[in-house]
Write a new protein. Structure first.
Length: 250
């Protein structure tokens, strides 16, 4: 399940796009794409790049307790290592270590200095662009998409939501013709943008959200789970009246 997030600047957006569509980001370090598309790119089902969006856009200038804890642990480990070294060995590594520290400080100052001016402003916009579904559809998925549509079911989502895209991938490209999908940001995203009226009326709080027979089901669902929901819908439907038989009992 993926909560609505506020996208940030283009470089951060590229990281999330990797999770959405699986393409390669503009990354100066080789191997960055494999990390962003691996199992290490999520924390409890939420993309790490999405968490970066939240920190960058919703909490600008705020203190980061986890960051301070990470720094503290790093210094504690370094101090523990230095204490375990004998005096002569410590003298041999002190000068190279200080030199390396100074070099890293200079690189950080040069590399991250201009970031303040490159942060997305209030007028930043994310144009609507739906990720393309390329997976093959199974006969079950094609049939299920059609029956969901005929039953009035809907899946509400956002084009930047990785779990919405994963749900579509589970159905496959051929099933998209009948897939009952409702986009909650059809005009794109910008700061302060509201969800589409249909999504607001349905009470959508997370993406994706399925609405089947009045029930709101948040998060990705397997095809079997959707089949079961349709089965429950059929079992609660009123029985159809059969036409009167022309043969009357004697």
């Amino acid at each position: 399940m993926f909560r609505p997030l506020a996208p940030c600047q283009h470089r951060r957006l590229r990281s999330l796009t990797v999770k959405l569509a699986g393409d390669t980001p503009y990354c100066p370090v080789s191997g960055c794409d494999s990390v962003l598309t691996s199992s290490y790119s999520e924390l409890y089902g939420v993309p790490l790049s999405a968490l970066g969006y939240i920190l960058a856009t919703q909490f600008p200038g705020q203190s980061c307790a986890w960051c301070y804890a990470s720094v503290g642990l790093s210094y504690a480990l370094a101090a523990s290592l230095l204490r375990s070294l004998p005096g002569r060995a410590l003298g041999q590594v002190a000068l190279p270590g200080l030199g390396a520290l100074a070099g890293v400080a200079v690189l950080l100052a040069v590399g991250f200095g201009p970031l303040a001016s490159s942060t997305a402003g209030e007028d930043f916009q994310l144009p609507y662009q739906a990720p393309e579904v390329l997976t093959a559809s199974s006969p079950q998925a094609v049939s299920l998409a059609r029956r969901l549509r005929d039953a009035g079911a809907r899946m509400y989502g956002a084009f930047w939501c990785s779990h919405c895209f994963d749900q579509k991938q589970a159905f496959g490209s051929a099933a998209m013709a009948d897939f009952p999908y409702v986009e909650c940001y059809p005009e794109g995203w910008q700061r302060g943008a509201q969800v589409a009226p249909a999504c607001e009326a349905a009470g959508v709080r997370a993406f994706p959200t399925w609405v089947i027979n009045g029930r709101l089901l948040e998060g990705e669902l397997t095809l079997d789970s959707l089949e079961q929901e349709l089965g429950n819908l059929d079992s609660t439907a009123p029985p159809k009246l059969l036409p009167e038989s022309p043969f009357k009992e004697q």
